[in-house]
Design a protein around this ligand. Structure first.
Ligand SMILES: [Cu+2]
Length: 591
């Protein structure tokens, strides 16, 4: 088996940092090397033990720490029993989609018993990001935080906190997640619910057999802590609160925000949030809670709540039960959830300016739907024996057999079609509650991508719908970019009146945005990162059901504006896929 090629290391030796348009990084940027060993090992939660895949036997996985502008090389050794890929969530990785990781988009899975080194290039990101498996539903157990500190010689745009803490929120399943997925997708019905949520790997006091291991954040009175919160849950938005303490949100998705002080945050899968909390309450123990925000109607959700403890050091009588937040929003309070999301603003300061595209050259209107697809003999577990699907503009994305990036780079035909539509074929009352007829519910499966010229300025309006009575928030995530969220609202987007209220002054710059239930959101970005970049709902079940597409961003005609070439070794795609293809360049064992 061919392993790492030395050419890559030679390449590293001659590495020249490319800082894009940002200053102050070239001189101090560093290159770091990491080894990720993916292995199956035993973990016990909720009184039951299971074997699960993790990186370096930790859950959550190891933390990657870099400074702004650094580059990392991560050698991923797959010692598990199925193919896996790793994605660097929120890292733009300019010109280098080869290191991005979503399976069948930028690479084929890393086969068991082999390794693959990814180059991950940090540029403008500063704050908290995360990495996770991007193959099937493996990310349930394969994920960890990325801390991007300010470049040397620069500081946070807020007072230096006394200490920092990473808080990773996740889902826990008693059963093997890959088996659950296989079963869900073969039945074609709804997905199994998680059995618990976790904070830094622990469910907390409200679950059986969990009290002894509840995560404790030890604090000193008077000190301020920076919490780097990651929502790594499979399918769940959370309200996150600390009893009797407000938090001040100062950043998210590795961007800075205007400080926003609030008793709660709503965080959606894929998002990160950096919040400050000052230990200014009477010495005691206070619950940290991550409790579901669920605004859907069609499927159920895990009603449980994860807790950790915000515990003051010092001499005092410890309570038998920590103080619990008494104003948790109702689980389905869309108003409160949107109120929070809509208040987030970019810092928009001289040190952290915004650069919102003003002249839009490509406009897309993407209707976000749950769908269904016919099933042989109507034998599936969805409505009328159909299988549950999902889509954008009624197109249900299907993974190709060879990843889109290699198919594009090597000019292999037959793996994708460059005809993803900019608009829905039919306009209808998207938020009506009677959208059950087959002409709106049945989608059109395929592997369709949208091709963009270099530096096009793109505006996408995402329109939430109630097709199949399945309106709910959808966290849409775009790889390879950060985008500005210039507008967000309820109901059907009005292309005359709503743009008048766009925020072009200080919109947040994010990589994941919750599209409100029965509402819309508008993003803008400049297509200045050539490559192949996935865009999908960050609820894993919706991603697997096809609420996805990919962008091919063409190169700009010069070396600096062109996609890099592939690394010397990429994980091989399934041999069968190449039958009939004369081009064997992908099977580059001999190169
Ligand atoms: Cu979704």
């Amino acid at each position: 088996m061919k392993l790492m090629n030395m050419g890559l290391f030679l390449h590293v030796a001659g590495f020249v940092v490319c800082c894009g348009m940002m200053l102050h990084c070239a001189a101090d940027s560093k290159v770091h090397y990491h080894e990720f060993h993916l292995t199956e090992s035993n973990f016990t939660r909720l009184c039951s033990t299971k074997t699960m895949l993790t990186v370096n036997e930790s859950f959550p996985g190891p933390v990657i720490r870099v400074r702004k502008g650094d580059t990392i090389y991560v050698n991923i050794h797959n010692q598990g029993s199925y193919g896996v890929t790793i994605h660097w969530h929120g890292v733009k990785n300019p010109r280098n989609p080869w290191g991005d990781g979503p399976e069948y988009i930028t690479q084929c899975p890393i086969p068991p018993g082999t390794n693959f080194t990814q180059e991950v290039i940090f540029t403008t990101e500063e704050g908290t990001l995360w990495w996770h498996a991007h193959s099937d539903w493996t990310r349930a157990t394969v994920h960890g935080a990325i801390v991007v500190l300010p470049a040397l010689g620069t500081t946070y745009p807020f007072p230096q906190p006394d200490a920092e803490e990473i808080i990773v929120l996740a889902s826990w399943y008693k059963h093997d997640v890959m088996e659950l997925m296989t079963e869900t997708l073969s039945r074609g019905g709804t997905a199994n619910l998680s059995d618990a949520f976790t904070i830094n790997g622990q469910p907390g006091d409200l679950y059986p057999c969990s009290k002894e291991t509840t995560y404790r954040l030890m604090v000193d009175y008077g000190k301020t802590y920076l919490l780097r919160i990651v929502n790594a849950a499979q399918n769940q938005d959370f309200f996150f609160m600390i009893a009797e303490h407000n938090v001040t949100v100062v950043g998210g998705d590795a961007s800075y925000f205007k400080p926003l002080t609030t008793p709660y945050i709503m965080i959606t899968p894929g998002e990160t949030m950096d919040v400050l909390v000052t230990a200014d309450q009477p010495l005691g123990e206070y619950y940290i809670v991550a409790t579901p925000y669920f605004d859907g109607g069609a499927d159920d959700y895990d009603h449980s709540t994860a807790t950790a403890i915000f515990e003051y050091r010092g001499n005092y009588t410890h309570p038998s039960t920590p103080s619990f937040p008494y104003h948790i929003p109702a689980y389905n309070d869309t108003v409160v959830a949107s109120l929070f999301t809509n208040q987030i603003r970019s810092l928009a300061s001289p040190e952290h300016p915004v650069d919102v595209p003003l002249d839009v050259t490509t406009r897309m209107y993407l209707v976000v739907t749950m769908n269904m697809l016919p099933c042989p003999n109507d034998s599936c577990a969805g409505p009328d024996g159909y299988r549950i699907a999902a889509g954008l503009n009624n197109k249900t994305f299907e993974n190709p057999k060879v990843d889109i990036l290699q198919a594009y780079y090597w000019n292999l035909s037959g793996f994708y079609e460059p005809n993803f539509p900019d608009q829905p074929l039919h306009y209808f009352n998207f938020t009506s509650d009677d959208l059950l007829s087959n002409n709106v519910t049945v989608s059109d499966p395929g592997t369709r991508v949208k091709v963009l010229n270099y530096n096009e300025t793109v505006e996408i309006v995402f329109q939430g719908t109630d097709v199949m009575n399945s309106a709910e928030n959808h966290p849409i995530h775009l790889h390879g970019y950060k985008f500005y969220v210039v507008g967000r609202g309820q109901g059907i987007f009005n292309n005359v009146t709503d743009p008048k209220n766009y925020n072009l002054y200080d919109p947040p710059e994010l990589n994941t945005i919750p599209i409100p239930k029965d509402g819309w959101a508008t993003i803008r970005f400049k297509a200045s990162n050539p490559g192949v970049w996935f865009m999908h709902c960050h609820f894993d079940r919706h991603m697997s059901w096809g609420m996805d597409t990919a962008f091919i961003v063409k190169s700009g005609g010069t070396a600096e504006t062109s996609m890099k070439g592939p690394p010397a070794y990429m994980p091989p795609c399934d041999l069968e896929s190449f039958l009939g293809s004369k081009d064997s360049m992908l099977l580059r064992e001999d190169r």
